[in-house]
Design a protein around this ligand. Structure first.
Ligand SMILES: Nc1ncnc2c1ncn2[C@@H]1O[C@H](COP(=O)(O)OP(=O)(O)OP(=O)(O)O)[C@@H](O)[C@H]1O
Length: 600
C-alpha cells in the first residue's frame, strides 16, 4: 500500500492537473453508463414484461412515470434514441480518455526515462565501479516497461474506482438496503484479500531479480561468445539458462495461480451471495419483480467491480517492485552525482596546465571496508606540463588506478591531486576532464561509420582534420583501403577491425579532440613494431604541445619519455629518466627491463 501511495504521489507530481481531467472524463463515462441503466425501467414498462405500478413511491416508479405520459409509438423510439445518444457520448469520451491515458502514461514514462538516464550520466566513476552494468540496462529496459504497465493499470484502477463509486450511488438510489448488503460483503472480501496483494508484491520482487539475472546472463554470454565457443563452454551455459528459464516460468505460473485463487474466492462468494440476496429480496424485503430485476442488475454490475479492483491491486503489487528498483537506481545515482546542479558538461572551459599535475600523499582503495588494502599508498609524484611521463610496473601495481585519480574519476581517501597549485575539486573537475583525451586498454568504438566514430568528439571536424588525425595514428593507410573509406561501418564495438586497427582509430579520435593532456593506458599494446614505431615518432612531435601520460608494459615504447614513474604494489618505487633508471641495478625497473629482454 505504501508503494502504491508513493507511486500515486510521483505520478501526481508529474502529471498534475491532467490527472484530474482524466478523472472527470472517467466520471462522465460512468455517468453515461449509469444513466443507460435506468433506461431499462421505462423499457420494461413499455414491454409490459413486469408491472411497475405496484412499486408505489419507489425510484423505479418515479422513472417509469416520467415516460408514462408518452405514447408507446413515440416512447420506444425515444428510449432507444436516448440509448444511442448515451452510447455515442460514452464511446466518444472513452476514446478521449484512452488517448489521455496513453498521454499520461507515455509522458510519465519519458520523464522517468530521462531523469534516470541523466542521473546515471552525471554519476561519478565510483558508482559504475560498484554497479553491474547489466542491472542498469535491465532497469532501463525491462523494469521501465513494467513501470509503464503499472501506470496504465493505475489509471485503470482510478477509472474503476470512479466507476464503482458512481454505480454505488445509483445503486443506493434504487435500493439502499441491497446496496449496503453488496457493499458490506465487497469490502470484507477486499480486506480479507490483502494477503494476495502482499504475495503478489513478493512474487513481483522475484520477477525483478530473475529479470536482472536473465539480462546479465544474455549480455555476458554473448559478449563472451568467442571464449564460450573456443573453450566448448556451451553445455554449462545452456544448463544454466534452462534452469533460469524454468524459474521464470514458475514465477509467472505462481502469479497466475495467485490471481486465479483470489478470483475463485470472489466467484464462489458471488454465487453464494447472490443466492442469499435473491432469497432475502423475495422472502424478507418482498421485492417486486422489477425491483428484483434491477437488484440483480446492480449486483451483476457492482460485484465484478470489487473483484476487478482486487485483481488490479494484485497486478499492481506485482509490478511495483519494478518502480522500486527504478527509484533506487535514481537515488543511488543522484547520491553519486559528480557535478553541481547548475553546471553542464559542455558549459565549462578547458583547462590548460602550465606547470604540473601533482599527487600529494595520495592514498586510495576500492573498498570502503577499513580492513581492505590500498591500491595506492602515499603517492607523491609530479607530472610536468607538456612533457611525456611514463608509468610502468608489474600487472596490478596500480598504474590504471593512478591515471583514474589524475583524471578525477576516483577521489583519494587521503592526500590531494593538485593542478598548477590548485587542488582538484568539484570546481575544476570538469574543466580538467574537458582538456583530456583518454585512450584505454579496451577502447570503445560505436557500431557506426569510421567518420561518425571520429567526429563524435569534434562534430565540426573537416575531412582534412580527420585525415590528419588518421595519419598521426598510422590509420590512414588501412582506412584508404576500405572501398567506402571514412563511411565504412565497423560493426559492434568495431568488430570488423583488427585489434591494432581499433587501437589506432581510437588514438586518431583522441588526437582529433586536440587535448591539452593525452592519456594512453596501454593504448598501443596490440600494434606491431612497425606501427608502434610510427606512433612513437608521432608522439615525439607532440612533446612541447601537450602533456602526455603513457602506461606501457612494453618498455621499448617509452624510451623517449621525459620521466618514468615505477609503481609496485601501490607504491612509487622509482622515478626519473629512462636511462638513469635503467642504470639502477637490482631495481624494479632494471628487473622489468631484463625480463623483457629475456622474453624478446
Ligand atoms: N574496480 C576495482 N575494484 C576493486 N579492486 C580493483 C578494481 N580495479 C583494480 N583493482 C585492484 O587494484 C589494484 C591495482 O589495479 P590497477 O588496475 O590499477 O593495476 P595496473 O597496474 O593498471 O594493472 P594492469 O597492468 O594489469 O592493468 C589491483 O590489485 C586490482 O586488483
Amino acid at each position: 500500500m505504501k508503494q502504491i501511495l508513493y507511486f500515486t504521489k510521483k505520478l501526481h507530481q508529474h502529471t498534475g492537473k491532467i490527472l484530474y481531467l482524466n478523472l472527470v472524463g472517467m466520471i462522465l463515462i460512468s455517468l453515461f453508463e449509469g444513466i443507460g441503466l435506468f433506461l431499462i425501467i421505462p423499457l420494461l414498462a413499455l414491454t409490459g414484461v413486469v408491472n411497475l405500478e405496484s412499486s408505489e413511491g419507489s425510484t423505479i416508479t418515479f422513472i417509469s412515470k416520467m415516460f408514462s405520459n408518452i405514447p408507446n409509438e413515440i416512447g420506444l423510439p425515444m428510449i432507444l434514441g436516448i440509448y444511442v445518444v448515451l452510447l455515442t457520448g460514452q464511446s466518444y469520451f472513452q476514446r478521449k480518455q484512452l488517448i489521455l491515458n496513453a498521454k499520461i502514461q507515455q509522458s510519465f514514462l519519458r520523464h522517468l526515462r530521462e531523469k534516470t538516464y541523466i542521473s546515471l550520466m552525471q554519476s561519478n566513476w565510483g558508482f559504475f565501479l560498484n554497479k553491474r552494468k547489466t542491472d542498469i540496462s535491465n532497469t532501463m529496459t525491462t523494469e521501465l516497461a513494467r513501470v509503464g504497465t503499472t501506470t496504465n493499470l493505475f489509471l485503470q484502477f482510478i477509472a474503476s474506482l470512479a466507476f464503482t463509486c458512481i454505480q454505488i450511488g445509483i445503486a443506493f438510489w434504487l435500493s439502499v438496503k441491497m446496496t449496503l448488503f453488496v457493499l458490506f460483503f465487497g469490502l470484507i472480501l477486499i480486506y480479507l484479500s490483502r494477503k494476495f496483494i502482499k504475495k503478489a508484491s513478493s512474487l513481483g520482487g522475484a520477477t525483478t531479480k530473475l529479470s536482472q539475472t536473465y539480462h546479465a546472463g544474455i549480455i555476458d554470454h554473448f559478449n563472451g561468445i568467442k571464449d564460450i565457443k573456443s573453450n566448448t563452454l556451451e553445455e554449462p551455459r545452456i544448463k544454466w539458462f534452462r534452469n533460469l528459464c524454468m524459474q521464470m516460468e514458475e514465477n509467472v505460473n505462481e502469479l497466475v495461480k495467485l490471481k486465479t485463487a483470489s478470483q475463485l474466492r470472489y466467484k464462489i462468494a458471488s454465487a453464494s451471495l447472490i443466492t442469499v440476496f435473491i432469497y432475502a429480496s423475495i422472502q424478507l424485503f418482498q421485492a417486486q419483480p422489477a425491483q428484483l430485476l434491477l437488484i440483480v442488475l446492480i449486483f451483476a454490475r457492482l460485484w465484478p467491480r470489487f473483484s476487478g479492483i482486487q485483481s488490479t491491486l494484485e497486478t499492481m503489487g506485482s509490478m511495483l517492485p519494478a518502480f522500486d528498483s527504478l527509484l533506487r537506481l535514481q537515488e543511488e545515482s543522484k547520491a553519486s552525482k559528480e557535478i553541481k546542479e547548475n553546471v553542464t558538461y559542455n558549459s565549462t572551459h578547458k583547462l590548460f596546465i602550465k606547470e604540473e599535475i601533482e599527487c600529494n600523499g595520495v592514498f586510495f582503495r576500492y573498498s570502503t571496508d577499513e580492513t581492505s588494502s590500498y591500491a595506492l599508498e602515499d603517492i607523491h609524484v609530479s607530472i610536468p606540463a607538456k612533457k611525456m611521463t611514463a608509468v610502468v610496473g608489474r600487472s596490478g601495481a596500480g598504474k590504471s588506478t593512478l591515471i583514474d585519480l589524475l583524471m578525477g574519476l576516483n577521489q583519494p581517501e587521503r592526500g590531494q591531486i593538485i593542478i598548477d597549485r590548485t587542488p582538484l575539486t568539484d570546481e575544476n573537475l570538469l574543466p580538467l576532464r574537458r582538456s583530456i583525451s583518454y585512450v584505454s586498454q579496451d577502447p570503445f568504438l560505436f557500431n557506426t561509420s569510421i567518420r561518425e566514430n571520429l567526429t563524435m568528439v569534434f562534430p565540426d571536424a573537416s575531412d582534412e582534420e580527420i585525415w590528419e588525425a588518421l595519419e598521426f595514428s598510422a590509420s590512414a593507410e588501412f582506412v584508404r583501403k576500405f572501398s567506402k573509406g571514412l563511411d565504412t561501418l565497423i560493426g559492434d564495438r568495431g568488430i570488423r577491425l583488427s585489434g591494432g586497427e581499433r587501437q589506432r582509430l581510437v588514438l586518431a579520435r583522441a588526437i582529433l579532440r586536440n587535448p591539452s593532456i593525452l592519456v594512453l593506458d596501454e593504448a598501443t599494446s596490440a600494434l606491431d613494431t612497425e606501427n608502434e614505431k610510427k606512433i612513437q615518432e608521432a608522439l615525439e612531435q607532440l612533446k612541447g604541445k601537450m602533456t602526455i601520460v603513457v602506461i606501457a608494459h612494453r618498455l621499448s615504447t617509452i624510451r623517449n619519455a621525459d620521466q618514468v614513474i615505477v609503481l609496485d604494489q601501490g607504491k612509487v618505487v622509482q622515478s626519473g629518466g629512462f636511462n638513469q633508471l635503467a642504470k639502477e641495478k637490482r631495481s624494479m625497473f632494471s628487473n622489468l627491463l631484463r625480463n623483457q629482454l629475456e622474453v624478446n
